[in-house]
Design a protein around this ligand. Structure first.
Ligand SMILES: Cc1cc2nc3c(=O)[nH]c(=O)nc-3n(C[C@H](O)[C@H](O)[C@H](O)COP(=O)(O)OP(=O)(O)OC[C@H]3O[C@@H](n4cnc5c(N)ncnc54)[C@H](O)[C@@H]3O)c2cc1C
Length: 440
């Protein structure tokens, strides 16, 4: 007899591991299938000759869902909060970033009337009820808040920092407001990188009896009849059976795995989901030519720079500096890799002259998915539940949470999928159970 797993989780990133860890409280058998050679997905950290490179700049929101849920699971999050200071750059001129009280009162970017308006705008962002913005794009909300072009571009810059999204005309104002509030609560740069989260989640899962199978690509998810288990067809040709599936791949991969035969009424919505993307230049230097320049963003140019190792331990050699330069892509942009690389290097030239002479390691990724879904107006109505119209199939991942994106979306949706399955099992096992698959 072939083993039938109670729960098969497709994907060993944050969402998959969080779901698995919440499910270990049950006596259900759990298998994680991960196509990569090691766990972690986009939260993995590469050790490049003793330099710890997250996959692009990674900051954990201190007031975000992910932090609370991970701590609830007993995950230790060691790291430091970067200062709010830094520089904003427009037409090659540097200005103090008005993201801290000192920055607001010293920056030459704002004249005195705008300074007061900016304070009022920040206060408005902090105190707004995001529900009131459910029918607006970020662009429309900003147009209501201010007439000033400078303040508009400051809000877009802050929005990019909080969500990585560079499409205010498409981004839901409600989701943006939630994440702006989150970002204003500060972030943590983690010692050892985000791999430390992944490793702890992985070890806890293994100790609790979860099976993890890396190097395993799920090609198809099939089921002939509702009462049958799901059949997972792997790229090796092997087949695995499971009663429940939590799919943490992106929405497009999910549609592909299900094939045309599966009836998924929400397929059209999944098919039109657009990701948030960017380009990253991750660099390890033996020293920083200009140790005072630790954080900068472009105002009109959608660029980011931060020296993460100033706050987090990211190298075996304490003097080395690990920094990330990032470009936020617009969803309709056609990416010219060499041009983007040039742009990022030039941005770094301006901040750390002669940095090329101190390079230990570097990595450039021209087009990487930061979040699987760019949140648009009304998306949340279709993502209220992890369960789908296919009984037994649940979704999780940074695209699958109604209100949260990035790690907060991945982690909270992983927890939600686990809780919905636990509830489903409890109902099934209750004395009154009549044999039908209960709907949550
Ligand atoms: C450059 C960059 C910067 C970021 N910065 C931040 C930040 O500052 N703050 C923040 O909160 N978040 C940040 N993020 C986002 C964060 O890393 C992700 O949201 C989070 O890691 C996503 O977790 P996940 O489990 O949803 O997806 P993933 O990590 O993508 O995990 C899904 C897993 O499923 C596997 N998989 C997919 N299809 C299959 C299949 N068919 N068979 C088997 N396995 C499969 C994949 O290999 C992957 O490991 C950043 C991301 C990037 C790329």
């Amino acid at each position: 007899m072939k083993q039938i797993w109670d729960i098969v989780i497709v994907g060993g990133g944050l969402a998959g591991y969080v779901a698995a860890n919440y499910l270990t409280n049950t006596n259900l058998s759990i298998l994680i299938l991960e196509k990569g050679k090691s766990p972690g997905g986009r939260a993995r950290t590469n050790n490049m000759n003793g330099q710890y490179f997250n996959l692009g700049p990674h900051a954990l929101y201190k007031k975000g869902k992910a932090r609370y849920i991970l701590e609830d699971l007993g995950i230790h999050l060691n790291g430091k909060t970067p200062n709010l200071g830094g520089t904003l750059i427009e037409n090659n001129i540097e200005y103090a970033a008005p993201f801290s009280p000192l920055g607001i009162f010293t920056t030459r970017l704002l004249h005195s009337k705008e300074r007061m308006e900016w304070i009022a705008v920040l206060w408005k962002v902090m105190s707004i009820d995001p529900e009131k913005l459910a029918k607006q794009t970020f662009q429309q909300w900003v147009n209501q808040i201010t007439q000033s072009k400078t303040i508009e571009s400051l809000l877009f810059t802050l929005g990019r920092l909080a969500t990585y999204c560079h499409a205010p005309e498409r981004m839901s104002a409600k989701v943006m407001a939630l994440h702006l509030k989150n970002a204003m609560g500060g972030v943590l740069y983690l010692d050892g990188g985000w791999q430390t989260i992944v490793d702890q989640l992985h070890n806890k899962a293994i100790v609790s009896g979860v099976h993890v199978q890396p190097h395993t690509l799920v090609k198809h998810i099939e089921r002939d009849r509702q009462q049958d288990p799901f059949k997972f067809v792997l790229s090796s040709g092997e087949e695995i059976l499971g009663k429940y599936v939590i799919c943490t791949s992106g929405p497009h991969e999910l549609i592909h795995m299900l094939g045309k035969k599966a009836s998924l009424p929400i397929r059209d919505f999944f098919a039109q989901i657009t990701p948030i993307k960017g380009a990253t230049l991750d660099v390890a230097l033996s020293q920083l030519p200009n140790p005072k320049k630790l954080f900068a963003m472009g105002i009109t140019e959608p660029l980011y720079y931060s020296v993460h190792s100033t706050y987090a331990c990211l190298s075996d050699h304490t003097k080395n500096a690990i920094l990330h330069v990032f470009k936020y892509h617009h969803p309709e942009e056609i990416i010219d890799g060499p041009r983007v690389k040039n742009k990022l290097e030039q941005f770094l030239d301006g901040l750390q002259p002669d940095w090329q002479q101190h390079v230990i390691s570097r990595r450039f990724i021209p087009d990487i998915t930061v979040n699987q879904r760019l949140p648009q107006i009304g998306d949340e109505l279709k993502l209220q539940r992890s369960k789908t119209e296919i009984p037994g199939l649940y979704i999780a991942g940074d695209w699958a949470s109604p209100h949260w994106i990035l790690a907060d979306g991945a982690v909270s949706s992983g927890k939600q999928a686990a809780e919905e399955i636990i509830l489903n099992e409890e109902r099934k096992n209750s004395a009154n159970y009549d044999g039908r698959v209960p709907a949550i």
